[in-house]
Design a protein. Structure first.
Ligand SMILES: Nc1ncnc2c1ncn2[C@@H]1O[C@H](COP(=O)(O)OP(=O)(O)O)[C@@H](O)[C@H]1O
Ligand SMILES: Nc1ncnc2c1ncn2[C@@H]1O[C@H](COP(=O)(O)OP(=O)(O)O)[C@@H](O)[C@H]1O
Ligand SMILES: [Mg+2]
Ligand SMILES: [Mg+2]
Ligand SMILES: [Mg+2]
Ligand SMILES: [Mg+2]
Ligand code: NI
Ligand code: NI
Ligand SMILES: [Zn+2]
Ligand SMILES: [Zn+2]
Lengths: 131, 239, 239, 131
């Protein structure tokens, strides 16, 4: 349930943005949820909604968008999807907290390098915000 | 937009002071100083935290005798640091199972933000940060995201290390330094060179050949001359 | 498209072997080992180069006694390393005037590529690389852009350092290690722990309290017991 | 005259690209020249042309485009242009060889931080290549 902490971060960032502009309503907020972190979207949405309520902020449209994870190997240049990397099940919990630790548990399927870059789909961020 | 920067200060709201142990050179004793400092503060019954930010080579857990694969920071609306020896401890080693994390700077920067965004320290008199050597992503992030931070610079008397301290003094980070610890000093060492940096000297710690045996044993570590010297530095820092 | 990656191998075409001195922990003696190794090879009248890749904290010039603000690598369809003590030397310190370079990983990566793309080494029997501690941008770049490189891992006997060596063995970089140097060993140290890593032991070097006086004086440095031990390691490496 | 080394890099990269495709002519090549590195464009162009000739590669249109340097301060978030930073004249030579050393010689005009990111205009790269 550390999703609550991520929700707080989102709400804090949005409220910071709003208070600078002296408003307290958002027309549309898109939150990107990167596949690698395997965040529980239901919990995240619930927490974000609760926290906005507590702050007295009204969000007309709140959308969570899954972002597939894509990796590039800095050694051989090939790109990969999450399922290509065969990350062991029991490592997923650690990656859930700190996505970068995937480097420990995986290698490039082609050349064996751990020097993989995550191009998209890492974690949670604010995709767009319209007042 | 990255949602993490603002929440970082929120997470440190109840932390009275943050002290980061830094050095341009590695192997000068940062990890031992940071860990012992946190342990010494806990001995004084102060609420204290220790955060290992040497992301690609964490080792505070070795000094504390914590087996990272056997312990997990509990989840509670975020993650809670692990309580050991009267202090609150957080390290990436809990998530890497103690293995190496080959990682470029951009990844280190992400780890920094994620760790600080999700860890709930609660009320602390002091949070001690152990850091990697050099002036890279972690040190720059600390300076950017933890406004009130004080740097404790560690150096040995070696020219290679003092030179690196002189260089630190000339960067924009120099103003953060609240004091210098000279570690592994040889007999008769006189801290003349430090004058040029303008930094305040906190303590000079000799080289103790028997210290190695105390790694992993905080009780023993706290009884050493090394720990007494750290206490001296703390007295100067906290007054 | 970045034009530098392909030219890097072109620039190293006439270099017979590249040896990078590495360690997860700092302060284990990488810089002293790398510099002394290059000096010792020059003594053998071999064409040898030394490249300081500890970008944010270069210090080979201190060991070699080179004043970086007084010397500039000559320009000749690129830049030529500076000739000192019979070796070809290149360091970022020539461009930073010896000052600190606070730099994130992405910048370090750019410095690596630029330095290797413009430096013309010519024919060398060996090019020695000094590196920063940890497994970050420089080490990953070396592995990616210098295919034939061999890593010389340096460790002290301390648990904190041997633990970091054990971790290196388990990464994808472990396969690059051509040998280990145990440095600053205390009396009676037995390299039992190294067995687990599977690495070849090159030499065990004691702690020499008088070594500090030789920093900046290559002539003296080459006459030390330390240099003899490095020669031992070289005999094993080159045979 | 280390511009020659940069020209070699460009030509090597283009030739690598061409040889993979089994061709030896380029319809259009755009080389971006970042302001920070203050490369001598005349020398660079001369060297690139000579080197392509030596390799038997024909480039119909060869364009060099100046890219203004833009910096962002990671501490205060402000962006800056090169002239804002007031880099001392005698540091320009060092920056010409290794652009990143500008970090040593400059501070953010607003907050004094050296943690400046170069967003564009760093050095030389291949902007586009058409066969
Ligand atoms: N005063 C001292 N006397 C003896 N050994 C020391 C002393 N300070 C540190 N050490 C040892 O030196 C090595 C490097 O210390 P460490 O704390 O890991 O440095 P850093 O974190 O700066 O790399 C370790 O093996 C440590 O146990
Ligand atoms: N065998 C040794 N005996 C005594 N001092 C040593 C020995 N090896 C290295 N040193 C000293 O230890 C310090 C760290 O060495 P250095 O080469 O700078 O390590 P690194 O490059 O790994 O950070 C320096 O002051 C150096 O002079
Ligand atoms: Mg969980
Ligand atoms: Mg350390
Ligand atoms: Mg070094
Ligand atoms: Mg010039
Ligand atoms: Ni969770
Ligand atoms: Ni030039
Ligand atoms: Zn690969
Ligand atoms: Zn600024």
């Amino acid at each position: 349930m550390h999703e609550w902490a991520l929700a707080e971060a989102i709400v804090e960032a949005v409220c910071g943005y709003l208070s600078k502009r002296g408003v307290n309503r958002v027309a549309s907020l898109k939150v990107a949820v990167g596949e690698l972190q395997s965040v529980d979207e239901g919990i995240l949405r619930f927490a974000v909604e609760e926290l906005f309520k507590g702050r007295g902020v009204e969000v007309s449209s709140l959308v969570f968008e899954k972002e597939p994870a894509v990796f590039r190997c800095n050694s051989c240049g090939r790109t990969w999807r999450l399922e290509d990397l065969g990350i062991p099940e029991d490592a997923r919990e650690a990656i859930h907290f700190i996505p970068e630790v995937f480097h420990v548990f995986t290698r490039c399927p082609h050349c064996g390098s751990q020097d993989l870059e995550i191009i998209q789909g890492r974690g949670v961020y604010i995709g767009s915000l319209e007042l | 937009m990255d949602p993490r920067p603002l929440i970082i200060s929120e997470r440190l709201k109840e932390v009275k002071r943050v002290l980061a142990v830094v050095s341009g050179k590695g192997g000068v004793g940062k990890t031992l100083v940071a860990s012992t400092m946190a342990l010494a503060l806990a001995e004084r019954r102060m609420p204290v935290g220790l955060l290992d930010l040497d992301v690609t080579n964490p080792s505070c857990h070795v000094v504390l005798g914590v087996e990272p694969s056997k312990e997990t920071p509990p989840e509670d609306m975020g993650v809670l640091p692990v309580s050991v020896h009267g202090l609150k401890f957080m390290s990436l080693a809990f998530y890497t199972r103690g293995e190496a994390l080959p990682l470029r700077g951009a990844g280190v920067d992400d780890v920094f933000k994620e760790l600080l965004a999700i860890t709930r320290w609660g009320m602390l008199e002091a949070l001690i940060l152990d850091t990697p050597p050099g002036f890279g992503d972690v040190i720059l992030d600390i300076a950017n995201y933890i406004p009130g931070v004080g740097f404790i610079a560690v150096t040995t008397p070696s020219r290679l290390s003092v030179e690196s301290l002189r260089r630190l003094a000339k960067t924009h980070l120099g103003g953060r330094v609240v004091g210098v610890i000279v570690n592994m000093a040889w007999k008769g060492y006189i801290p003349e060179d430090l004058g040029k940096t303008g930094f305040k000297l906190l303590t000079i710690i000799p080289y103790y050949p028997d210290l190695e045996a105390c790694l992993g044993n905080p009780g023993m570590l706290l009884k050493t001359e090394f720990a007494k010297k750290i206490d001296e530095a703390l007295n100067l820092l906290l007054k």
